[in-house]
Design a binder for this molecule. Structure first.
Ligand SMILES: C[S@@+](CC[C@H](N)C(=O)[O-])C[C@H]1O[C@@H](n2cnc3c(N)ncnc32)[C@H](O)[C@@H]1O
Length: 299
């Protein structure tokens, strides 16, 4: 492996790695939806003692930032190409000093896709240390009022609002609104107390789950929808008399998992790897077990 490839492995993170990752710096900041990356690059250059974790759902933007990090030889940015709404719960409590959300997509017609929600704010407050801040910057009146309402619905936070405040660095996106003299709002949401440690690692095993005769006929054919997640047994492959492989989709509607479950007479497991350890995947995993064990009597 070349030096460049090794470096790329260090900065280009996969969500699964956050299960037991070692953070190389004490100070940690997160930027959600970094777009062109101008702001995160500026922050990283000016704060070498801080690790910046950038999360971007759009793959070309993530690749573009990786190139810039290489060119500028920065060693304090990690890039994660993933959905920020599911990421924060992978972080330990009280670890961050700032979470930047600059110009999130307003999603006026599909508000359920917005990054800011009460669960996102609650997770933000858990991962921020005391006096750490979630910083929203938006040009959308609608998003500003929606976010304000969401922030005030969460306990024990301090909220501060600014209008048309100049930052040291202007993103490409912002520059366009400034030329049009649009109002820009900043809302800072401060964590006012330490949070309890994160729940213990979720167990994605299938204890006491195994193949039972006729299971392939009993599993529901249609997708089952629950509060915040779904499960769908998409295809069943009969391998031998007491062995099947089930192709399933499950988890969050926006970022579902696609996995195979291997069931035999005495055991059951994910093939090849377990799902990402998010809360919603865990709820879906427990539901998968219920469906597989439906109608089975243990003696
Ligand atoms: C309007 S752009 C703003 C980009 C940048 N922050 C700026 O100020 O120029 C919004 C960015 O958020 C990203 N994004 C939208 N939803 C996201 C999500 N759930 N998780 C991570 N990134 C997301 C988009 O891909 C896009 O790059």
């Amino acid at each position: 492996m070349t030096g460049l490839q090794e470096r790329a492995q260090v900065i280009d993170k996969k969500i699964e790695e956050f299960d037991d990752i070692v953070y190389p710096k004490e100070k940690i900041s997160v930027e959600v939806g970094f777009g062109s990356g101008r702001h995160i690059l500026y922050q990283a250059q000016n704060n070498p003692d801080t690790l910046f974790i950038g999360i971007e759902i759009h793959t070309p933007s993530a690749q573009q930032l990786l190139k810039q990090i290489e060119l500028q030889e920065l060693d304090n940015i990690w890039v994660l190409n993933y959905d920020a709404r599911l990421f924060l719960e992978m972080l330990p409590s009280n670890i961050c000093s700032q979470i930047f959300v600059h110009f999130p997509v307003p999603w006026d017609k599909k508000p359920q896709r917005r990054v800011i929600s009460s669960s996102f704010v609650e997770e933000s407050m858990r991962v921020l240390g005391v006096d750490g801040r979630l910083e929203l910057r938006t040009d959308s009146d609608n998003y500003f009022w929606y976010s304000l309402q969401t922030f005030f619905s969460v306990d024990k936070v301090g909220v501060e609002i600014r209008k048309n405040q100049a930052l040291e660095v202007t993103s490409k996106y912002e520059a366009r609104w400034l030329r049009q003299e649009k109002d820009i709002y900043d809302v800072y949401v401060k964590a006012t107390q330490n949070s309890l440690p994160k729940e213990k690692s979720r167990d994605f095993n299938f204890d006491n789950v195994k193949y039972h005769k006729g299971l392939e006929d009993r599993l529901p054919k249609k997708a089952l929808v629950f509060d915040g997640y779904f499960i769908h047994f998409e295809r069943i492959y009969k391998i031998s008399e007491y062995r099947i492989m089930v192709k399933c989709a499950f988890g969050s509607f926006d970022r579902p998992e696609h996995k195979y479950i291997f069931l035999e007479e005495n055991s059951c497991r994910y093939f090849v790897s377990a799902p990402v350890r998010t809360k919603v995947n865990y709820e879906a995993h427990k539901q998968l077990i219920k469906e597989i064990n439906q109608g089975v009597k243990y003696v």
